[in-house]
Design a protein around this ligand. Structure first.
Ligand code: CMC
Length: 378
């Protein structure tokens, strides 16, 4: 028998070509469709990034306006879906509510079974429009508040904050939300995108594939680390306590959440951008405690583990930023899913252009040729 090489976790297995994102983990570099993430965060908008991912080019002014209009027009969700969300058990995990709501939306889409590129782009717009509303409604329903219908004039990020809090956000909050969406939009083939591609490779439909992505993102090894990083910063409380806390945690062999990455062995460029906006927010609010604590934790971690390629990842500063915007930590992973819907749908559309059923093999290690014994004789 030829020797079997097992690639646990598909680590380093390349399953497809992509033009959507490029990561250089050694240098800490990330591009979306050829554009450095730093430029997109600075100059672009979430809607423009959606267009870039779906069409592999930047839009004209007219195309961008049209996409924004289309997203606004499709942001409402059927009342039956809102009702379903309301009927979820009180203790339901927000990601379970989101997964169920997106799944329920599928049959309402008139083009559900059409897997042509054009139809899938139209469905991606509708889906992207609606996940923002679903995410805000998860919060409103969980808090026992009336849902707020989407605004007919605000852009995606501002509209999300408006549906959350019932008032138009200030400029800095909108910009930070927009940047957060851009930074989470796309990241090559993590578990969730791989799950979405596995589903679409059977020629299922784009809603089912996005549901698979949401399901995979729910797990703590994927989404969810920013919630834990925030908890840690709140527990440390002040910069003076940071060094002792980190050294003790490392001595107890604990993982420090928001540090390290399977691909980045340098500073995650998304963390650097989040840190910048965290600083701006602290300046605006004149509240520096969490920032100074985080900076100290970063300094200690890099001095202790930087030589192993462990640096802050996107999750280290994002939780603190969301917390300052008044967003509760249970909503962090649904917000990740809301942004990543753009990347999932873009990968689905791209993969279908040259589809191949994803069907790996497993190496059988059980017994063979066992004699079947009738149940009465076992
Ligand atoms: N704290 C302390 N030690 C760490 C950490 C950490 N956060 N991350 C890695 N290490 C150590 C680990 O103990 C190991 O040490 P040794 O070689 O002495 O055994 C070494 O670094 C390599 O670790 P690994 O587990 O082989 O590395 P990995 O590539 O499998 O880990 C990771 C990637 C993200 C699972 C890990 O860094 C981790 O658990 N980080 C904390 C959770 C976290 O922040 N996750 C969010 C990731 S970013 C989200 C996204 O991009 O979608």
């Amino acid at each position: 028998m030829s020797e079997v090489v097992i690639h646990k976790g598909l680590e380093n297995i390349v399953i497809t070509e992509t033009k959507l994102s490029y990561i250089d983990g050694e240098k800490g570099i990330l591009y979306y469709a050829g554009y450095p993430i730093e430029d997109l965060a600075k100059y672009s908008s979430f809607e423009e990034v959606c267009f870039l991912l779906w069409h592999n080019r930047l839009p004209s002014r007219k195309e961008l306006d049209e996409l924004k209009r289309s997203i606004r027009e499709n942001a409402e969700i059927p009342w039956e879906v809102v009702d379903l969300m309301r009927k979820a058990p009180k203790k339901a995990h927000p990601m379970d509510i989101m997964r169920t709501a997106v799944s329920a939306l599928g049959p309402y889409d008139p083009e559900l079974e059409d897997n042509s590129r054009e139809a899938n782009i139209r469905k991606s717009i509708r889906l992207q429009a609606k996940v923002g509303t679903i995410t805000a409604y998860i919060y409103r329903i969980k808090e026992g508040l009336a849902v707020i219908p989407p605004s007919k004039k605000l852009d995606y990020a501002a509209n999300f904050l408006y549906m959350m809090f019932g008032k138009e956000p200030d400029e800095l909050s909108s910009k930070i939300m927009d940047v957060a969406l851009i930074l989470h939009a796309e990241h090559e083939l993590p578990a969730s995108t791989t799950a979405a591609l596995t589903t679409i490779s059977t020629l299922s439909d784009i809603y089912s594939a996005v549901v698979s992505g949401i399901a995979a993102l729910k797990g703590p090894l994927h989404g969810g680390a920013n919630e834990k990083a925030l908890e840690m910063l709140k527990e440390i409380k002040s910069p003076e306590r940071a060094e002792e806390y980190i050294k003790k945690a490392l001595a107890e062999k604990k993982r420090i959440m928001g540090f390290g990455h399977r691909v980045y062995k340098a500073y995650d460029p998304r963390a650097r951008i989040f840190k910048e906006y965290f600083k701006k927010l602290c300046e605006q609010r004149n509240d520096w405690t969490m920032y100074r604590t985080a900076e100290k934790v970063e300094e200690v971690m890099i001095s202790l583990l930087g030589h192993k390629g462990i640096f802050p990842n996107i999750d280290f500063y994002s939780g603190a930023v969301y917390d300052m915007l008044g967003i509760p930590s249970y909503l962090f992973t649904p917000m990740f899913a809301m942004a990543r819907t753009s990347g999932w749908t873009a990968h689905i559309i791209e993969y279908l252009q040259d589809n191949r059923l994803i069907r790996p093999r497993a190496h059988y290690t059980g017994q063979l040729d066992l004699k079947y014994i009738p149940i009465e004789q076992r």
